[in-house]
Design a protein around this ligand. Structure first.
Ligand code: MD6
Ligand code: FE
Length: 227
């Protein structure tokens, strides 16, 4: 007599019986905010060498906030504008203050990913002019903040997660509003805009771990239209 797996009927042959249930590829986390699960995975082979060449020209460094705190996240940028912070405030600049040179051009594969993700979330025609690159080592975090240093908010932010997992906090329009916890994995892309564009958000301290491609770190790209 054949052994029946629990829950499988003898009359049907379930092709996917051995697969764990898969979460939906697109999760909506706000009226105009979406998590595109694994969306960046097909491009990872091209993203990583492109990232390396950007980092040779504009190495990661820890910046200081206007309040005088050194960020636990290390930053770099590429594209026409780079995001910087120092004691005088946050701003987008054309020149990397660290090197005195223009920020590295946005690699084609970065642009390709940002456009495709924005389109998938309904933001057709998004052309970012800034890509902030964040590196989290275990323990690094990003406190709740709003992305509001751009000149306008008509375009979304596209955020790509690579490497170690992280718990993204997605809050409301007031700092004191409660936050949803959204786990982000290697290859996930978050797109938000419209009525959600100015919602508070942050990242909980990244947990110790080793990613097969990126080692002990999480890398995040956030694409924006700064000007
Ligand atoms: C991060 N992300 O995921 C930090 N901002 O490492 C952000 O601050 C962020 O993911 C705006 C939109 C999406 C984001
Ligand atoms: Fe942000």
């Amino acid at each position: 007599m054949a052994i029946q797996r629990k829950g499988t009927s003898p009359a049907t042959f379930d092709l996917f019986a051995d697969e764990p249930p898969q979460p939906p590829a697109v999760e909506q986390i706000g009226p105009a905010s979406f998590v595109l699960r694994g969306f960046a995975l097909p491009l990872v082979d091209r993203l990583l060498p492109a990232l390396e060449s950007v980092l040779i020209q504009a190495p990661f460094r820890h910046m200081v906030t206007p309040g005088g705190h050194t960020m636990s996240v290390a930053l770099s940028s590429c594209g026409e504008f780079g995001w910087t912070t120092d004691r005088s405030g946050y701003q987008y600049t054309r020149i990397n203050p660290q090197t005195g040179e223009a920020w590295p051009a946005m690699p084609e594969v970065f642009m390709e990913l940002a456009l495709a993700a924005a389109r998938e979330a309904g933001f057709v025609g998004f052309i970012p002019d800034a890509c902030l690159i964040n590196r989290y080592i275990p323990g690094a975090k990003m406190s709740l903040h709003q992305d509001k240093d751009e000149h306008g908010y008509e375009w979304p932010v596209v955020s790509v997660s690579l490497g170690l997992p992280a718990m993204f906090l997605f809050g409301g329009h007031q700092r004191s509003d409660s936050s949803q916890r959204v786990p982000l994995l290697h290859g996930d892309v978050v797109v938000w805009g419209g009525v959600d564009r100015l919602r508070f958000h942050g990242v909980m301290p990244v947990r110790q771990g080793e990613h097969s491609l990126l080692g002990e770190q999480r890398i995040n790209f956030t694409f924006r239209k700064a000007r």
